[in-house]
Every structure is written in structure tokens, then in C-alpha cells.
Ligand binder design. Structure first.
Ligand code: 5AD
Ligand code: FES
Length: 360
């Protein structure tokens, strides 16, 4: 039965649900198939995006997130422009190829202009060589355009869940948190010309296997270029924490996330799939395991060490007490042991995006 599904050209929702629920033995088959497809389609290289979490100040109040506006139980920080540019110089010097700028969500003219200046600054200090991904939430199309013109060419905006009802169980239902608006933003990003990435959390309270299958079909239908999916990890200072006893055990959430990644590789062979940091919060080798079953992007954290503790979206976040260079060495060793090669100095753009451009 599993072999038949794995050899099909198009997977139905039912097939995906079967794969998500599959037993250990069949899961190994799924993982092997996903890895083969990855190597055949996008190759065996892993691309780096040095992650700079430059501020944890957020205007939003998502029920799952540790840096939500209503949580006062953490130190706020905002890196200076100088510190951000220095992190970019580090990424450039270490030949990372690309950078991700991420922060809590802010919407203001000041913020828009600040990011525009930073993007130009990063391009300048890296002789136009560093690729730049940004992950700065919902903004107007005009802002997205401004940032695109300033040098960002990839954007990550997770839909978190493609099920509208579930979306409103994990977000407040108000003007600041609107499912349709999130969809519109994703459309704007594509229109502006970004390589557009989205993703979901896996193992959320109330989430069903059917929801997860629909999430993958949503990504396929939306024709995304990149994806980042991680396990949901409860945080005690958030409203969703009260459902902690209803969650799947962490290990199950971990395996389910790997299955989601593997199935996504089957249905969208040429996209970029990130090995989310949250995987590493459950298993120290979590990201490396994801690379063996379909992921091809890794985002080493290069936020200056002293701030890392405070960018606590979920608890048990790995490596918050390490300096970026320490991470580099151990990460490199682990990736090599996992059998992949690092695409140093390369942008590692989404082949899917390139294929689509070619068809236009
Ligand atoms: N567990 C796992 N992932 C989380 N994120 C935020 N809070 C959590 C959590 N508690 C993810 C969201 C967001 C990304 C930046 O981090 O999916 O889009
Ligand atoms: Fe940071 Fe290992 S990845 S210490």
C-alpha cells in the first residue's frame, strides 16, 4: 500500500493522511524516497542563511509565541544598526552566502525606512554578494516593494495554519490578526517578485491530520518557492500553554514534522525546505535529521550571543548561550557527518522559482 502511494505522480489528501499516520517501517520508506527525490532534484548541498534575530519587540499577540506583546516576562532588545551590519559582515566573511533578517512584527514608517537602510547597508558591506531573506511579518505591498528594491529577494511569512478556524484558535480574532490579510500579504510578496516562503507549526493544539494534509496542499496550490515548518513547542508565558496536556508528546511532534517535510519534498520536489531551528529544541540533531529526509536549507543563528536568550519564541531554544562562531564549527561537522555538503558562498536560490521564471 505504502509503495503504491510513494510511486504515485499526484498525492491525494487521503494519501497524505495515510503517510502522516504511517508506522515506523513505512516511515523509513517515505524518508528514503524523499531523500532520493531531494538529491535527484535539488542535489545534496545544504545552503546556509545566517539568521539575525535583531529585535524581539512585537506588536502582535499570537497565542503561541513567547515574545507576544502581552508577555512582560522577558527583556526587550533591539540591536543597533551597527550590530546588525557587523553580523552581516560575519556572515559574509564566513562565506555563508545568505542572511535572514527576522524580528518581531512592527509596522511603521520608521521601521520601513530603517529596514530599507539596513538592506542597502548589508549589500554594500558584502559587495552585493550576500543574498538576503527577510521575515518581518505583514506589511503593505508598497513596503514589500521598497524592501525588494533595496536588495531583499526572499521573504518568509508563515501561514501558521491554512485552516481558518484553527488560525483563530491560535491568534486573537481582531484587526491585527486576520487570516485573509495574511493570505493577501503572501500574494503581494509573490506579485512583487520575492521568492516566497511560508510554513506551519506542526502539533498545535486542536490540529488534526487532515489540517496538516490541507496545509501541504495549500502550499502546493499557492505554488510557494520555500518552506519552513517546525514543531509547535509550548511556552509557559502564553495563552496556549493551558492546552499542554492535550498535545502529542514532543517526540511525536518531532517525527510528524519530519514526515511533513518528507511529504512536501514528494509533492514539491524543487522548492527550498528549511530545517527549522525548533526541531533542534527537541532533538540536538534535529536539523541534521531533517536534511536527510528532504530539507536543504539551514539557518545558523548569528545573532550576537548576548541577545539570544531573549528571542525566546518557544522554550528550550538551542544554543542561546553560544557565540555564532562556535555554532559554525559544530554545525559544519554535524552536517558533514549527516552526509550533506555545504554550499558555501552560494545563494542557493529556490529552483522552483527559477523554473517558474523560465516559463513566464
Ligand atoms: N513553537 C514553535 N514555533 C513557534 N513560532 C512562534 N512561536 C512558536 C512556538 N511556541 C514560530 C512561528 C513563527 C516563527 C517565527 O516562529 O511559526 O512564524
Ligand atoms: Fe550552536 Fe552547536 S549549533 S553550539
Amino acid at each position: 500500500m505504502i509503495n503504491k502511494i510513494l510511486n504515485k505522480k499526484t498525492l491525494t489528501k487521503g494519501d497524505i493522511i495515510t503517510l502522516l499516520k504511517t508506522n515506523k517501517e513505512d516511515t523509513i520508506k517515505l524518508f528514503k524516497k524523499a531523500n532520493n527525490i531531494k538529491v535527484e532534484t535539488v542535489g545534496n548541498k545544504v545552503y546556509y542563511r545566517g539568521l539575525v534575530e535583531f529585535s524581539n519587540i512585537c506588536e502582535k499577540d499570537c497565542f503561541y509565541c513567547g515574545i507576544r506583546k502581552s508577555n512582560s516576562n522577558f527583556e526587550k532588545y533591539n540591536l543597533s544598526d551597527k550590530e546588525i551590519i557587523e553580523a552581516a559582515e560575519f556572515a559574509y566573511k564566513e562565506n555563508y552566502g545568505s542572511l535572514v533578517l527576522q524580528s518581531g512584527e512592527l509596522k511603521s514608517e520608521y521601521f520601513t525606512n530603517r529596514i530599507e537602510g539596513l538592506l542597502k547597508g548589508i549589500k554594500k558591506v558584502s559587495n552585493n554578494k550576500l543574498g538576503i531573506t527577510i521575515s518581518l511579518g505583514e506589511q503593505t505591498e508598497e513596503t514589500y516593494k521598497k524592501w525588494f528594491n533595496a536588495g531583499a529577494h526572499r521573504y518568509l511569512l508563515r501561514i501558521e495554519s491554512s485552516n481558518k478556524d484553527l488560525y483563530y484558535k491560535i491568534h486573537p480574532k481582531n484587526k491585527k490578526h486576520n487570516f485573509e490579510e495574511r493570505l493577501e500579504c503572501l500574494k503581494s510578496l509573490k506579485k512583487v517578485g520575492y521568492q516566497t516562503g511560508t510554513g506551519v507549526m506542526v502539533g498545535l493544539p486542536f490540529q488534526t491530520y487532515e489540517d496538516l494534509a490541507n496545509d501541504l496542499l495549500f502550499m502546493k496550490k499557492f505554488d510557494i518557492d520555500m518552506c519552513g515548518m517546525g514543531p509547535y513547542i509550548e511556552h509557559e508565558d502564553t495563552p496556549l500553554y493551558k492546552f499542554k496536556d492535550e498535545l502529542k508528546p514532543l517526540k511525536e511532534r518531532f517525527t510528524l514534522t519530519l514526515k511533513m517535510i518528507a511529504i512536501l519534498r514528494l509533492i514539491m520536489p524543487d522548492i527550498n525546505i528549511a530545517a527549522a531551528t525548533a526541531l533542534q529544541a527537541i532533538d540536538p540533531l534535529g536539523r541534521e535529521k531533517a536534511m536527510k529526509i528532504g530539507a536543504n536549507i539551514i539557518m545558523p543563528n548569528i545573532t550576537p550571543g548576548m541577545y539570544r536568550d531573549d528571542y525566546s519564541l518557544y522554550q528550550n531554544k538551542p544554543c542561546t548561550d553560544e557565540e555564532a562562531s562556535d555554532c559554525k564549527n559544530c554545525l559544519e561537522a554535524r552536517i558533514t557527518i549527516a552526509g550533506s555538503e555545504i554550499g558555501y558562498g552560494e545563494w542557493g536560490d529556490s529552483l522552483h522559482y527559477k523554473h517558474n521564471k523560465y516559463l513566464e
